[in-house]
Design a protein around this ligand. Structure first.
Ligand SMILES: NC(=O)c1ccc[n+]([C@@H]2O[C@H](COP(=O)([O-])OP(=O)(O)OC[C@H]3O[C@@H](n4cnc5c(N)ncnc54)[C@H](OP(=O)(O)O)[C@@H]3O)[C@@H](O)[C@H]2O)c1
Length: 332
């Protein structure tokens, strides 16, 4: 049986950025699969800003992580040996593989990859970020045709899908992202009507310029000062879906409260957070819809594929410096 390299958790990065010392590389002998088990070789890992929250143990919707645990994360694996009736050697699966080169599983929580798109789509446009975009937009924010939809973290894996789905729903869509090239991509490739570069300053004024009638729907991935600026420009009856708070990660364990929240009263707005796992039963049907949008050319997606298992910690860090262009992946 193979020896597997694994990245183990070695620190809880609360109130600071992720450091190299938060992980330690270890090796483990992999045992042979028993009855009802499969041997899996990891091909790709997928990265999500939420992984930092899991390392910090501040989120209570997932089990806490202890020092010495294999770093939690999703991936795509190939079944190399099967003693499980539901899987055959050569099958590709997507699931919570963790940061390990090989592992043995009883199949719980694994999804067999069955898509006309390249398999990595199961970690990107058809993966958690794609279904998060779909659920947050259509089940929480509920846009109607003609709405102005404003998305933060717009060029990322989740945000880029949100804007395109809102366009399909007949909305006018404005995105907020960091830097000129991301903003250009939003308008030229992802079909956003306009893009705001938050690094160019005065975000509130830029929102006012691009959304003169106010913002009907906000899909927020970042929180903090950008959320506050967005709340300052909401229209009457605005709906705000809180998806993520990536701006908090470097500064403290809890995000700052938005001063402009009282605009929800003046504008009769509603703001709701969500966890996508609450719609897990619907994921297969949502994936089919998203796949159809990609196939008929209405939904485009980007994957940023780094190389080499040894680079897993550095690849996670890319999300917090805005280096990723689309869904952050690592090919082993
Ligand atoms: N609620 C749920 O169920 C759920 C499910 C999945 C994901 N999420 C959340 O959705 C959010 C987006 O995740 P993703 O996987 O799609 O990541 P992503 O947007 O592909 O990557 C993260 C992006 O965040 C931006 N960013 C980093 N630091 C920032 C800061 N200080 N201020 C503003 N923006 C910053 C960067 O873009 P710029 O260069 O534009 O700054 C970076 O590229 C995350 O917060 C994630 O945890 C929530």
């Amino acid at each position: 049986m193979p020896t597997s390299r694994q990245w183990l958790l070695n620190g809880h990065p609360r109130g600071r950025g992720i450091e190299d010392g938060d992980f330690v590389l270890a090796e483990k002998e992999v045992s042979a699969p028993g009855d009802g088990e499969i041997l899996l070789k990891t091909l790709y890992l997928g990265f999500d800003p939420a992984q930092k929250g899991w390392m910090e143990n501040i989120a209570d919707y997932v089990a806490p992580m202890a020092i010495g645990d294999v770093m939690r994360g999703s991936g795509i694996s190939e079944v190399v040996e099967s003693r499980h009736p539901g899987f055959a050697a050569g099958d590709l699966i997507m699931g919570s593989t963790g940061w390990t080169e090989w592992h043995v599983s009883d199949g719980t929580g694994l999804v067999k990859i069955d898509t006309a798109l390249p398999p990595t789509a199961m970690l990107s446009v058809l993966g958690t970020t794609g279904v998060t975009a779909y659920c947050g937009l259509f089940k929480v924010a509920r846009p109607v045709a003609g709405d102005t939809v404003l998305v933060s973290g717009a060029a990322g894996a989740t945000g880029s899908v949100v804007g395109q789905l809102a366009k399909i729903a007949g909305c006018r869509v404005v995105g907020i992202a960091g830097g000129e090239d991301k903003c250009r991509w939003l308008v030229d490739e992802a079909g956003y009507d306009a893009a705001i570069d938050y690094k160019a300053g005065d975000v509130r004024r830029q929102i006012r310029d691009h959304c003169p009638g106010g913002v009907d729907v906000i899909f927020d991935n970042v929180g903090g000062a950008i959320l506050n600026d967005m709340l300052g420009e909401i229209a009457t009856g605005a709906r705000i879906a809180i998806c993520g708070g990536i701006s908090r990660y470097e500064t403290g364990s809890l995000p700052a409260g938005p001063q402009n929240y009282f605009n929800l009263v003046f504008r009769r707005g509603t703001m709701a957070g969500f966890i996508v796992l609450d719609w897990a039963a619907e994921f297969p049907a949502i994936r089919k819809r998203l796949e159809g949008f990609v196939q008929d050319g209405r939904l485009t997606y980007r994957e940023d594929v780094q190389q080499g298992f040894e680079n897993a910690p550095a690849t996670l860090k890319r999300l917090f410096s805005g280096q990723n262009r689309g869904k952050q992946l690592l090919q082993l």
